[in-house]
Design a protein. Sequence first.
Lengths: 308, 102
Amino acid sequence: MKSTSNVLIVDDSSSLAQSLCKILAMHEIKADAVFNAQDALQKIRRNRYELMLCDIEMPGFTGLELLERIRQDEEHDLDVILMTGHLEPNYFIRAIQLGAVDFISKPIEAQQLVGVISCHLKRRHSRENLEQFMQHLDTANMELVIDPKKLSLTSISRVMRLFFKQNLHLPQNLFNELLICADEMVYNAYIHGTLGLSLEQRHCAHAEQEAIIFQKLSQPEIATRRIRFSVFVDYQQNTISIGVSDDGEGFDYADWLQRVAKEPTLSLDFYGRGIAMLYHLSDKLEFSQGGRKVQISRKLYPERAARL
Amino acid sequence: MKIDLSFEDNLAILVVDGILNSENAHIFQEYLNKVLKSEATILELDLKNCNNISSTGIGKLLLFYKDFLGKGGEIEVTRCSSTVYDLFTMLKLNQLFTVNPG
């Protein structure tokens, strides 16, 4: 077990928290103890803990409330194990929803404690090794061909969220901005390039729009269209590119590119907002195939120079 | 994304949590419609925990803005993250209503 492992123990019983620290120290697991949720939040902000072992029932701020606060801040990639004397089903469900990785019953048995914590730290290190491997690839490429009839079942943001989380450790802002770009590009390919919805159809009530989309997708010439989505990560050049193409009519992109280049802060034109956002959120925005393909590129890690 | 709507006299408070994108913009629109149908004349849009907004989400807000303005309403966007604030500024939405950074 690596002695650099970093565990935070949170329990309003200081004697119990300190005892747990000592048990873990005997197994070369470095742990800190705090006795309330507020102190825990402060510690988490200042340190990079890997795992938190937290009592559920604490006066004031409970363990579940603490877990909720930690999950609100996506900066904290912290595994959380909850400990309790008894666990009501509602608490259990809420804890699972909030991403608690395990539960330990009180009174705590030392061997079980060490076993559970060692197991989770080992899993975490294995996950980190995989992430490191991914970051040391020269390039990575993902291509999806999407049937528009299936697109409504899930959003590309969910697919991308999973891909980014598993494969890239991106700064939170970049992560969010890439998700928005991917959403924007696929949505445009779907609404304009595939379905060809009019302005009026795009702005009608949701149920009415669903009916129009259903009707459009029942037409063979529309149903056979596909949306092609690709992500290309070039770790050597430190860039990520997202490309989306459709089988639609395309559009006069050259005119729009000139407009956004002249005036990046576009007016509230119904047709220009999406392009203005992509222009604003990317380092490079390109169209090809008569406007049927759009690609954006971003620097992957702003602080890192190209790895050449 | 999570949305919470509450009313205090003529003030409607809409709190958006997460990313507002094409997948969930229609839910945002449903809440905006509730505000439109209410007696509220001020909408406070709290974006403290809103990580980003797609143009579809912005589009829903603009459609609402036109109708809300028509009945004498005002919008105030509060506690924007720097990304969302930049986006609102870039799209000149800060010229239509008050946009406050977080």
